[in-house]
Each structure stands twice: as structure tokens, then as C-alpha cells.
Write a protein that binds this ligand. Structure first.
Ligand code: FE2
Length: 609
């Protein structure tokens, strides 16, 4: 039985195909259209999913959408009426898309499926989709479920439980009170892009002091003992306006929002630290409450706020649950997966098989892979000079050589990741021990602000040697932040302030150590990622170090690469040294049109994120 799940029209549209309960394929529309956070109907992602499954739209048994558009429309209308006439401008701006597409979803879906699907459409609730995406693929037979989000129809967060093949959403927090929108308001105020720059705010937090924590807790929000909140809406403008924050908010924090791309000051750093601290307190409180009321030992998480990996790390280390599992596509893209799984287990009542050692997310490697001949043809067509290394051992040696030689390596292999993180299949990798890798990668490859360190990949069997995590602790999706162990830290030379702090050598793996000694850890194991495991094991054999840098394979402002064409374009468009596409290896100096890229010329080509 083939079930297609779709999410669209908010941000990060996506599609997912589930066959007999197994996730066959999933992809975000942005990867195919090359438009970041593409929210349009995911025609390309659907085509890919059907192709991967080898079926036509007429062979689909069910098609599910990840939320209920009519309920969402009701929320929009009611909010407008409550604030009228002041919300007129934003209301008018939202209407055309609703009238053209969102209110006519079956028609849009018919069109997207080429009028070949004759069945009915299932519309799940937004938070049911998130909850389903958190629980059904998890390695737990039963678990408490927490979703923390911006907003769906009315719900912005939910508590629930999952048992066997059934989930039950028991409590909801409703719009306009929302942890996601609160965080996004601060993202906007600090000059980053809403619904996109939240991870930058999180990365900025370690530079600041949570000086405004009490102001937030006493004036902006009332955080309840059960982890829910009430917001004082006079500080916010998202119900009625085109901005997130109101003048009253700006007065409280001492000025207008920072303009994007302008100099970051200590004020933004302190504000970031404050809202981050408040979010972590809320996440911990929600976890405590859920644990107390459900008595369960496992927790599943999804929703945009579940991408706050610092908060996730604190729930794991300080919270009451023994185990946690977080849906890697925690944002709205994952809703497509949740909706499809919801139909299979919840609506059709099909049993769920749980593998306690491994989840059912398949390493989140659910996107397209490319056959050797396709890649060869692409590389030939662009005139690339490559080495095809068939022998796996030799290939692993070659890649490990490059990393050890402090080369920046673009690594594309097998199926693309589903979710916002690159996990080794569409990654840029490098030597985490190198003292200048941090700035080399930030400025020459990613062309981005240099205040964020990179994330480490670590061999799972050695994770506890470098990070304050349990022996063999699993973090396959890079969604947990943990401190670098004390014995891997280094004494600081002198005291630096502000963004200069990142230039200080803080540990034996400086490129991945943040200024507060934290790191966003991805564990690599043999089962989910055999190739990466081999590369890293070879690197460790030579250097003794089981840690490398892993950052997403893209340059600033573009989605992560999908095809060999994308990978080659990115390789040639920045100052990357080596490109690996499956068994093809390319060196920059051998390429006919290789040249050094200047940051300003480069940045001018892209809309900055
Ligand atoms: Fe959502």
C-alpha cells in the first residue's frame, strides 16, 4: 500500500512516500527547485518520491496533507476580527495566496498528481502530523510526545503519548501564545531572517549574558509550571502587522531591531543568550511536566523548536527522561512524513514494528542517489577532470589523506538527507584539529558570518571520549549539543571579548568548539553511514582523532546540494579543494576553469539568508 504525505504553503514544503509502513522516500522541495525554504506546492519532491517508489500517481492508495487549511483560515479570520481594523494590511497581503491556492487544496493536489489520483485526500491536524513524525519512526514501543512549534491551525505546542501503533495528543497550547513565534520574534529583532535565522540566534547566545531573562519572564511572558505560556501581546505585532515585534517591545529592549547584516553588538548577544535561556527553561519544564503526568521513560520531540539542539541537550542531560528521540525533519517538512505515517498506523490501524536499537528513519537518508553513469555523464558534460576510484579502500585512503592534509572536502555520497542537517551524504568535511579551519571554511567556502563554529561528526564508539555524553550515546541526526570534555579543553591565552572569542583555541578540536565549550554533536555509526564511518576510522587510525568537521554542502544563501551538477557548481563556485561524488574524486587545481573566488563578488550573486 502506497501512501503519499505532503506539506506545503507555509515554509519548507516536502513530500514523503510510505509503502506498507516503510519510509521509501522523502524530500524537501527546496533541494529540487534550488529556492531556499521553498513553500510552493512540492511538485518536484512528489515526482521524486513516486519515481523512487517506481509508481504513478494512479497507484497511490492514500494521499495525506499535513494540516487542515480550513481551520488555519478560520484562525486567520478570527485573529483579523479580534484586531480589526489594525490588521487590515497583513490580512490583505495574505489573501491572494489563500484565494488562489490554499483554499482549493484538493484542486492543487489534483494538479500536482497530474489528475491521475482518484482517491480522497486526508487532512491531518498540524500537531498530529508533527507528533506522528516524532513517535512512529522512533525506536520506542511507548513514549511521551512533545511538540513545540510556531503555529499550525490553532495549536502551537502539544503534549501527547504514543503506544504501539497509536498516538494520542492530550493537551494543546493555542495561538497567539507560542514558543516558536516568541523565538522567531527575537530572531527578527536581532536582525536575522524569521523562520530561517533561528539557528543563528542560538549560535550567538554563547557570546552573551542572559541579562534580559528576568525582563522576558516578568514582562513578555508568563511561563506556567506545566511548561505552557501566556504572552503579553502588546509587545508583539504578528497578529495584526507585518513585523514580529511592536514599538513597546523595541522600547523595552532599548531601540529598533538590528538591521540585517549590520555589526553585531553585545546587546544582540545578551538578548540571544536571554531568549535562549528562557527557551531552555521552558523546554525543561515541559519535559518535567510530561514526565510527571505520563510516567514514561522515553520522550519524542518534533516541531520547529525541537531543532533547538542546545535545549534538546539540556532535556537529555538534566531532564527526567531516560531516552529521547527527535524527528530529524522536526520542522514543517517532517509533517509530510508524519501525515503519511499517521494514515498507515492511526487511521488504518496497521501494526508498528519497533527496533529498539535503531529507529525507522533510515539515517534520514531518504532522498535521491545518482547512478555512476549519470554522474559520469554530468561530469563529462561540464568538462570536469576526475579520478574514478573503484577500489573502496583506496578511495577511503584518498579522502582521509585530503582531510589530514587540511583540505576542504565536499563529500556527496548515496542518498540525500531529509531534514535541515547534512549528515555526511551532502557534507563539507575537514580536520577539526586544525586551528584555522574554522575561519577558512567560514570565509572561503560558506561566505558567512564567522561567529558560528562548525559541528563535529564523531565515531559513535568514541563519543564519550571527547564529549560529555554517555558511552555509545546516539545522536545520529546532529540534534543534541553537548559540552566538550574537560580533558580535551585547553587553557586560554589572554581574554578576548565579543566575536573575537571564537578565534581563541579552546580545545584539541578547536574548529568545532563553541566559545562556551559546547558542540553540536553528530555520532556516526557503521549501520546508518558505513562510508563516513570508514573515512573517519581511517582518519583516526592515522591521527588518533575520531572527530571531524561536518558542515552542510552548500554556500551561503543556497539550499544543500542535491545532484552532482549542484555539487560541481558549488565546488567550482567557492574555494573548496576537493570534491568527492560517490567514487569520483576531483581536485580543484586540476580543473580547467579553477579560480580563486573573492567574497564580495561571490556574495553579490546570492540573496543573503
Ligand atoms: Fe509546524
Amino acid at each position: 500500500m502506497n501512501i503519499l504525505g505532503i506539506s506545503a504553503f507555509y515554509h519548507d514544503s516536502a513530500a514523503c512516500l510510505v509503502r506498507d509502513g516503510v519510509i521509501v522516500a522523502a524530500g524537501q522541495e527546496e533541494r529540487f527547485t534550488r529556492r531556499k525554504h521553498d513553500h510552493r506546492f512540492p511538485t518536484h519532491a512528489i515526482d521524486y518520491c513516486l519515481e523512487e517508489a517506481g509508481i504513478k500517481p494512479s497507484q497511490l492508495d492514500h494521499v495525506a496533507f499535513y494540516d487542515k487549511p480550513l481551520l488555519k483560515f478560520e484562525r486567520l479570520l478570527e485573529t483579523y476580527i479580534a484586531f480589526a481594523p489594525s490588521g487590515f494590511k497583513s490580512f490583505i497581503q495574505a489573501m491572494p495566496l489563500w484565494i488562489r491556492q490554499k483554499l482549493h487544496l484538493p484542486r492543487e493536489m489534483d494538479r500536482g498528481l497530474k489528475h491521475q489520483y482518484k482517491g480522497r485526500y486526508v487532512f491531518c491536524e498540524h500537531h498530529e502530523s508533527h507528533s506522528a513524525s516524532a513517535f512512529f519512526p522512533s525506536p520506542f514501543e511507548e513514549a511521551a510526545i512533545l511538540t513545540l512549534d510556531g503555529v499550525g491551525e490553532w495549536a502551537t505546542a502539544s503534549y501527547g503519548v504514543g503506544r504501539g501503533n497509536h498516538i494520542n495528543v492530550t493537551h494543546e497550547l493555542h495561538f497567539p501564545h507560542s514558543f516558536g513565534l516568541l523565538y522567531t520574534a527575537f530572531t527578527y529583532y536581532c536582525g536575522f531572517k524569521p523562520n530561517s535565522g533561528e539557528y543563528k540566534l542560538m549560535g550567538l547566545a554563547p557570546y552573551g549574558e542572559p541579562k534580559y531573562k528576568d525582563v522576558i519572564l516578568s514582562r513578555l511572558i508568563d511561563l506556567k509550571p506545566d511548561g505552557s505560556l501566556r504572552m503579553d501581546m502588546s509587545y508583539f505585532n504578528y497578529c495584526q502587522g507585518l513585523t514580529m515585534t511592536s514599538r513597546k517591545f523595541h522600547d523595552l529592549f532599548g531601540g529598533p531591531p538590528r538591521s540585517p547584516e549590520s555589526q553585531l553588538t553585545q546587546r544582540e548577544m545578551d538578548i540571544a543568550a536571554s531568549i535562549q535561556e528562557v527557551t531552555e527553561i521552558a523546554m525543561l519544564r515541559a519535559a518535567e511536566h510530561l514526565h510527571k503526568t505520563t510516567g514514561m521513560k522515553n520522550l519524542c520531540l518534533a516541531g520547529g523548536v525541537a531543532l533547538n539542539c542546545v535545549g534538546n541537550g539540556r532535556i537529555l542531560r538534566e531532564g527526567p527522561f531516560e531516552n529521547i528521540w527527535i524527528q530529524p525533519a522536526a520542522g514543517d517538512a517532517g509533517g509530510a512524513l508524519g501525515a503519511a505515517m499517521f494514515v498507515w498506523h492511526q487511521l488504518l490501524g496497521k501494526p508498528r514494528e519497533v527496533n529498539p536499537d535503531l529507529d525507522s528513519q533510515g539515517g534520514s537518508l531518504l532522498g535521491p542517489a545518482f547512478p555512476v553513469e549519470t554522474t559520469r555523464a554530468i561530469l563529462d558534460e561540464v568538462g570536469a577532470k576526475y579520478h574514478y576510484i573503484e577500489d573502496e579502500e583506496k578511495l577511503i585512503d584518498t579522502i582521509a589523506d585530503a582531510i589530514e592534509g587540511e583540505k576542504v572536502v565536499g563529500h556527496m555520497q548515496g542518498r540525500m538527507e531529509f531534514g535541515p542537517r547534512a549528515l555526511g551524504s551532502r557534507s563539507i568535511i575537514g580536520d577539526a584539529r586544525s586551528t584555522d579551519m574554522q575561519s577558512v571554511m567560514n570565509l572561503k567556502i560558506k561566505f558567512r558570518e564567522s561567529f558560528r563554529p562548525f559541528a563535529p561528526c564523531v565515531l559513535r564508539e568514541h563519543v564519550h571520549e571527547y564529549f560529555e555524553m554517555r558511552d555509545q550515546e546516539d545522536s545520529p541526526y546532529m540534534l543534541l549539543v553537548a559540552p566538550v570534555r574537560e580533558d580535551k579543553r585547553k587553557p586560554l591565552n589572554g581574554q578576548k571579548t565579543g566575536l573575537d572569542k571564537l578565534k581563541q583555541i579552546r580545545s584539541v578540536v578547536p574548529a568545532i568548539t563553541h566559545v562556551d565549550y559546547s558542540a553540536r554533536v553528530q555520532t556516526v555509526d557503521k549501520i546508518r553511514h558505513p562510508r563516513m564511518h570508514k573515512i573517519m576510522s581511517r582518519f583516526r587510525d592515522r591521527t588518533g582523532c575520531p572527530v571531524i568537521i561536518n558542515t552542510s554542502f552548500n554556500i551561503r544563501g543556497e539550499p544543500i546540494v542535491c545532484t552532482p551538477q549542484d555539487a560541481y557548481r558549488c565546488f567550482m563556485g567557492c574555494n573548496m579543494d576537493v570534491l568527492v561524488v560517490d567514487n569520483f574524486v576531483l581536485y580543484k587545481e586540476e580543473q580547467p576553469e579553477a579560480r580563486q573566488h573573492e567574497i564580495d563578488a561571490y556574495k553579490a550573486q546570492f540573496q543573503l539568508d
